[in-house]
Design a protein around this ligand. Structure first.
Ligand code: GLU
Length: 426
């Protein structure tokens, strides 16, 4: 058997993203006072489930996909976090993403632990029927550990409302009762929440607004560059634009477009929805992908995959703020370079917490079967993130640490306090 055929959790690469998470825990431990003694709780996930997901392909053959669900911590409540479909997903990545969910949920003070799931697949190579069969089999396989009060999945990279609907239906069929609370990010017609679709991007805007205000900078006219025009990037682009900022560059897998006069994200969405290519969007110039990071702008918003801002490109950044819409876009060594340059980095665990915050609102609305208005949801989201930002900012100022360390201090203290209060069983 060649290395490529071995399951991903047996590859040397499996240490990658999890090693970054461990490094972040090591950096925060000296700041945890009496709770430092409990920090090893965060250095091992609570449980990791690896599943085989076999499906019938449309041509009659059988294919096996490797799937995961990791519950990193459930001290403060049920596991919570998305499911991603990506050909390079590994157990290490899902462990790290689950760990970041623990930190994120606690940083925003949501009553959840942290979890994440993934399937190692390129979903674009599957037909809709194959995608549905794979989603349903994966949901059944992880059904032994998920549940509305145990662990609640949601969308992430390459998963969406439709996939959440299949997951909800599969879980409901298996338990014999319609259970909307088992997933969030559902279609509104199935109990999804208004405002959920744009919530992560809206959250990026809210924390950027707060960060800029503290540096005395205006949102009006601020130049924004966004990597990724998926669920997070496109919503962020619209919300920033509507608040008076100027979108100057967009990078996607297809390439990079730039316009110093600004790009109208609403028009860009219409262009893409109509089947147009990013690179053909009128009024913009194509620039080489590696020039993206050096674009002259105030706000740089990575909203694609992890590991994008590295030691190789960090020194090129000219932005004054990096708002991490993606999970894990900046390596720890790259962050040191950014901080030395005086760039304010709003970390993923705060910057992209808008999505899971509105997921929580969805779960609460499902619990009472009473639904809120979109304005109400957006107002509550704004208050939750503004308050989380304020608390983390003041810890950063008080201790003289970066915002990421401050977010980890706030979050780890909450998680470990709960852990210590619960004590050990038996
Ligand atoms: N996948 C999103 C995240 O990384 C949302 C998770 C959720 O809503 O549970 O935060």
């Amino acid at each position: 058997m060649s290395l490529k055929q071995l399951p991903s959790y047996l590859h040397g690469e499996h240490v990658g993203p999890w090693a970054v998470f461990l490094e972040q825990i090591n950096r925060v431990t000296p700041h945890l006072g009496q709770y430092a003694a409990w920090a090893d709780t965060l250095r091992l996930p609570k449980r990791c489930l690896i599943v085989d997901v076999p499906i019938h392909m449309d041509d009659g053959t059988v294919r096996h996909f490797e799937g995961y669900r990791v519950q990193h911590n459930i001290s403060r409540g049920p596991g919570k976090g998305g499911v991603r479909y990506h050909p390079e997903v590994t157990l290490s990545e899902v462990m790290a993403l689950a760990g970041w969910m623990t930190i994120k949920n606690a940083a925003v003070n949501l009553p959840y632990g942290g979890a994440k799931g993934g399937v190692r697949v390129e979903p674009r190579t599957l037909s809709t029927n194959e995608l549905e069969r794979m989603t349903r089999r994966y949901t059944s396989e992880i059904g032994i550990i998920i549940g509305p009060d145990r662990d609640i999945p949601a969308p992430d990279v390459n998963t969406n409302e439709k996939i959440m609907a299949w997951m909800m239906d599969t879980y409901s069929m298996n338990v014999g009762a319609t259970t909307p609370r088992v997933v969030t990010g559902k279609p509104v017609s199935l109990g999804g929440s208004l405002g959920r679709r744009d919530a992560t991007g809206r959250g990026c805007y809210i924390v950027a607004r707060e960060a800029m205000a503290r540096r005395g900078m205006e949102m009006r006219g601020a130049r924004v560059a966004i990597q990724g025009f998926g669920n997070v990037g496109n919503a962020a682009a619209r919300v920033f634009h509507d608040a008076g900022a100027k979108l100057v560059a967009v990078q996607d897998v297809a390439g990079t477009i730039y316009a110093s006069a600004g790009i109208d994200p609403h028009a860009l969405c219409r262009h893409l929805d109509a089947g147009g290519a990013l690179l053909d969007f009128p009024g913009t110039a194509r620039i080489p992908p590696d020039e993206f990071w050096a674009v002259d702008c105030e706000v740089m918003l990575p909203a694609a995959l992890g590991n994008q801002i590295t030691v190789d490109n960090a020194s090129a950044l000219r932005a004054r703020f990096v708002i991490e819409g993606a999970n894990g876009p900046t390596t720890p060594q790259a962050e040191d370079i950014l901080l030395d340059k005086g760039i304010l980095v709003v970390p993923d665990v705060l910057a992209n917490a808008g999505g899971v915050t509105v997921s929580y609102f969805e779960w609460v609305q499902n619990s009472s079967s009473y639904f809120w208005t979109e304005n109400d949801i957006n107002d509550r989201l704004d208050r939750a993130l503004t308050e989380a930002f304020r608390a983390i900012w003041s810890v950063a100022a008080e201790k003289g640490v970066a915002l990421r360390t401050a977010a980890f201090i706030v979050a780890c203290t909450r998680v470990l306090e709960a852990r210590a209060m619960r004590g050990l069983y038996p």
